[in-house]
Design a protein around this ligand. Structure first.
Ligand SMILES: NC(=O)C1=CN([C@@H]2O[C@H](COP(=O)(O)OP(=O)(O)OC[C@H]3O[C@@H](n4cnc5c(N)ncnc54)[C@H](OP(=O)(O)O)[C@@H]3O)[C@@H](O)[C@H]2O)C=CC1
Ligand SMILES: O=C(O)[C@@H]1CCC=N1
Length: 272
């Protein structure tokens, strides 16, 4: 089946659900082929209004779907799977974007051998600049992985990884956008401290971030090399970098991402 004519059921209409919904519509899928299940009626109405999709309860939403996207929080996954476990069929593909929830857990909540592909994407789906990692469950074939890639490649880059790496992927790129937003927030505050109006500081930093990311992507140079090219001897940049090293910023980042990876692992514990 041409992937653009696939019928999609999106279960969970929150931040990630809406990002994916908007993205797949931008990519050319039609609203008539998409059914959303969102338990807050006012949120469901908002999505119907904004995107022209229909909404339904989970079991109804998946009835005619070719692809079922699970986009609820990890703690809500067991209840959702209890709702759809008997209805999901082997000819359907289940794509879970949930952090920490193993494919095996999802598979054993289905009566049939339903193929599952796990995805760890991020909110940059909203601007077609997402980084998505995908991993196959026990019943997912190369065709299912290709279907997942076709779903996600219009909204950003897609990489295939073993499922054992997904907790680390979640720490780096799933949660990653928040680390950069946090850094921009801190640099903006520094700009204000140094006497710049907030909007000037913010504009300077955002464009500098875009420039730095573009240099990393387009030059292929190692970040150390790119950083050294900025650090003039006895200049301003090395003064800042020394201060960061003195405050253990590097160690703090490593510890922070390890904590995110550990939290992702914890999400799987106690699932039963
Ligand atoms: N936000 C992000 O940047 C990323 C999130 N993810 C993953 O995406 C998933 C969704 O996260 P996010 O969008 O942030 O969460 P949200 O809480 O924003 O969205 C989930 C939505 O689904 C609703 N919901 C919960 N259970 C059901 C159900 N059984 N039927 C219908 N709707 C239901 C929730 O309602 P209620 O509010 O009552 O819970 C909520 O409105 C998570 O598993 C997360 O790990 C992955 C990568 C990035
Ligand atoms: O914070 C979270 O748990 C989700 C998963 C990755 C980004 N947001």
């Amino acid at each position: 089946m041409k992937h653009m004519s696939q019928r999609v059921a999106l279960l969970g209409g929150g931040k990630m659900g809406e990002a994916l919904l908007a993205g797949i519509l931008r990519a050319g899928r039609t609203a008539a082929d998409i059914v959303v299940s969102e338990r807050h009626p006012e949120r469901a109405a908002e999505l119907r209004e904004r995107y022209g999709v229909t909404t339904a309860e989970p079991a109804g939403a998946i009835a005619d779907a070719d692809v079922i996207i699970l986009a609820v929080k990890p703690q809500d996954m067991p209840a959702l799977l209890a709702d759809i476990g008997k209805a999901a069929r082997p000819e359907q593909l289940v794509v879970s974007v949930a952090a920490g929830i193993p494919a095996a857990f999802i598979e054993r909540n289905f009566d049939a051998d339903v193929p599952v592909v796990r995805v760890m994407s991020n909110t940059a789906v909203f601007v077609d600049q997402a980084m998505s990692a995908i991993s196959a469950g026990a019943h997912a074939t190369g065709d299912h992985m290709k279907l997942a890639e076709d779903l996600l490649s219009p909204v950003g880059e897609v990489i295939r990884v073993p499922e054992s790496q997904l907790d680390a992927v979640t720490a780096l790129s799933g949660s990653g956008p928040a680390y950069f937003f946090y850094l921009v927030e801190a640099m903006t505050d520094a700009g204000i401290l140094l006497g710049l109006p907030r909007e000037v500081a913010y504009r300077l930093i955002v464009q500098t971030a875009i420039g730095a990311a573009t240099m990393l992507k387009e030059t292929g140079e190692h970040p150390v090399k790119l950083r050294e090219a900025v650090m003039s001897p006895a200049g301003t940049t090395i003064a800042a970098i020394r201060e960061m090293e003195n405050h253990g910023v590097r160690a703090a980042m490593i510890g922070a991402l390890e904590a995110a990876r550990d939290r992702s692992r914890e999400l799987a514990s106690g699932l039963g």
